[in-house]
Ligand binder design. Structure first.
Ligand SMILES: Nc1nc2c(ncn2[C@@H]2O[C@H](COP(=O)(O)OP(=O)(O)OP(=O)(O)O)[C@@H](O)[C@H]2O)c(=O)[nH]1
Ligand SMILES: [Mg+2]
Length: 498
């Protein structure tokens, strides 16, 4: 694609900042860790648990620097960007540890800097600066818009809205769309009504039961401080692709606002946070998609494939770090693995590997180290074998959050019950298929999610458990239980602490 003047200016801006940061990195070795994930993927919990574990010397046997006793201490430090709010680590820890509730959905961007003081293998004392950014997951889906025209985005969005299970949810918006004349005069009240109905459609798709992930523009669902502004008052139109809008038309107005949205919202977000990452962890709530059904799984796969296209991933050379920053390590992680018995964790990783292979086959990740993992940043469950009807079932034990209910529990689990947030229960969460291909075979219905089947027949369901009580490590320090968080850390920064 030909570069426009604004693309060239953008690239020059990135290159000059990259040069400054390269110089700073020589003095204070820094890792900018990208915690990427759609809404509810587990970003806020991951950052909180990771920092808690490092600051409090958590139980991280696979994280070598810590298990070899070379980490002197980890401490929070003032963050680099004055204009970005600080990640409210203390409140999130309080919620998780003292109140045993999960943090609320993130509404704005925030940043946190951690400094790890460690002894290198040669014995010298060193410091590694770890910068992390948290943001509402909805915003992530905007990145693919950068390379899309209004017309292409409209066509794609419409096409998707006409397919099941979205079609039913899109009816009110599509009925209104059919009354609009794109080439007719710009009409502000029509634009407001279209944006309202379109936003309602996006919210309905996000409903847990469907767990659809491809829902840009992200600010329509999480507007931050932009609610009601013209940059957010547009919607797709039914158009002939690549034609030019008549001046003064509704089409011209919608197109201008779409471009404004990209300029004011998406491009700065990308430039300030994604175009400068050294390492990436991509958190994926695959279990929610399994829970919702095959359409949600394919939607999820599609979403992170288009995201990968937006990131700069690949081997870092002297020149490339000067010109364009590139992430040279990327870890794909299925979160909330504590909702499955450990006998299923390997299967979960195999399914993820299968999804990732298909995604990276297209993206340019040459030279980058890529791995997959099934983890739980905070482990909310324990495991138990439960005997039922002569059979032994591998179950998980946990305290379901208040208001969770099991009325749609699978046939082997408890059913028809509202949980009070205090009582521990044993749940048989179902078994993932042994062969990952079984989930992806064309035309096959390899598992029955909640949308596809009568709830009684769904193979998988996952209740939301309360965060666990705190444990203590050998030296009496409080530690949050986790699954493979240490392996993730070792992959992401272990080599920078040798
Ligand atoms: N059991 C368990 N649940 C988790 C874990 N991590 C996240 N969750 C659940 O997932 C929900 C979302 O986690 P968050 O960390 O808030 O997700 P997020 O990616 O920050 O979401 P947004 O802020 O909406 O973008 C939590 O409220 C928990 O219910 C985990 O390690 N174990
Ligand atoms: Mg969050």
């Amino acid at each position: 694609m030909a570069l426009t003047l604004s693309d060239l200016i953008e690239q020059a801006r990135l290159a000059s900042r990259s040069l400054v940061e390269y110089g700073e990195g020589l003095i204070n070795p820094t890792v900018r860790l990208g915690i990427t994930g759609l809404s509810r993927a587990g970003k806020t919990v991951f950052i909180t648990a990771l920092v808690h574990g490092l600051v409090r010397n958590g139980r991280f046997p696979v994280f070598e620097a810590l298990s070899e006793g070379r980490v002197a201490r980890a401490r929070l430090a003032p963050q680099p960007d004055d204009a970005v709010p600080r990640f409210d680590y203390e409140s999130h820890v309080r919620a998780l540890v003292a109140d045993r509730v999960w943090p609320e959905s993130t509404r704005q961007i925030s940043e946190l800097r951690l400094i790890i003081e460690y002894q290198s293998r040669s014995g010298a004392m060193r410091e590694l600066v770890l910068d992390m950014v948290d943001y509402p997951g909805e915003w992530l889906l905007d990145l693919p818009l950068l390379s899309k025209t209004f017309e292409a985005w409209s066509a794609e969005t419409l096409e998707m809205s006409r397919r099941a299970p979205r079609a039913r949810l899109a009816e009110p918006w599509l009925a209104h769309l059919a009354t609009l004349d794109a080439a007719g005069p710009a009409d502000e009240s029509a634009a407001i009504e279209a944006a309202r109905l379109f936003t309602e459609y996006l919210s309905a798709c996000r409903n847990e039961r469907y767990a659809m992930t491809l829902l840009p523009p992200g600010r329509f669902l999480m507007p931050g401080d932009l609610a009601g502004s013209p940059a957010l008052t547009f919607a797709p139109l039914d158009l002939a692709r690549d034609a030019t809008p008549p001046s003064g038309s509704l089409w011209a107005m919608m197109r201008r606002r779409y471009e404004a949205y990209k300029d004011v919202v998406v491009r700065p977000f990308f430039r300030d946070h994604f175009a400068r990452l050294d390492r990436q962890i991509v958190l994926i709530d695959a279990l929610a998609a399994f829970n919702a059904g095959p359409e949600a799984v394919s939607d999820l796969e599609h979403a992170f494939r288009s995201l990968l296209d937006c990131f700069e991933i690949g081997r870092r050379t002297f020149l490339s770090s000067l010109l364009r920053p590139r992430a040279d390590r990327i870890l794909f992680a299925v979160t909330k693995a504590d909702h499955l018995h450990h006998t299923n964790h390997d299967r979960l990783e195999a399914i993820l590997r299968r999804m990732v292979e298909r995604a990276i086959a297209r993206a340019d990740v040459a030279g980058a180290a890529v791995d997959v993992i099934a983890l739980a940043a905070v482990r909310a469950t324990r495991e138990a074998e439960v005997r039922r009807g002569g059979a032994t079932l591998p179950c998980i034990l946990g305290v379901p959050a208040t208001g969770e209910h099991s009325e749609s529990g699978n046939r082997k689990g408890p059913s028809g019950k509202m949980f009070d947030g205090m009582t521990e229960v044993a749940v048989f969460p179902g078994e993932l298929p042994d062969d990952p291909d079984a989930l992806f075979a064309p035309g096959a219905v390899p598992f029955r999610g909640l949308t596809a089947a009568h709830p009684e027949e769904a193979d998988f369901r996952f209740v939301r458990f309360r965060p666990p009580p705190i444990e203590t490590t050998g030296d009496g320090a409080p530690a949050l239980p986790h699954i493979r968080l240490d392996r993730a850390l070792q992959f992401l920064i272990g080599d920078r602490l040798t």
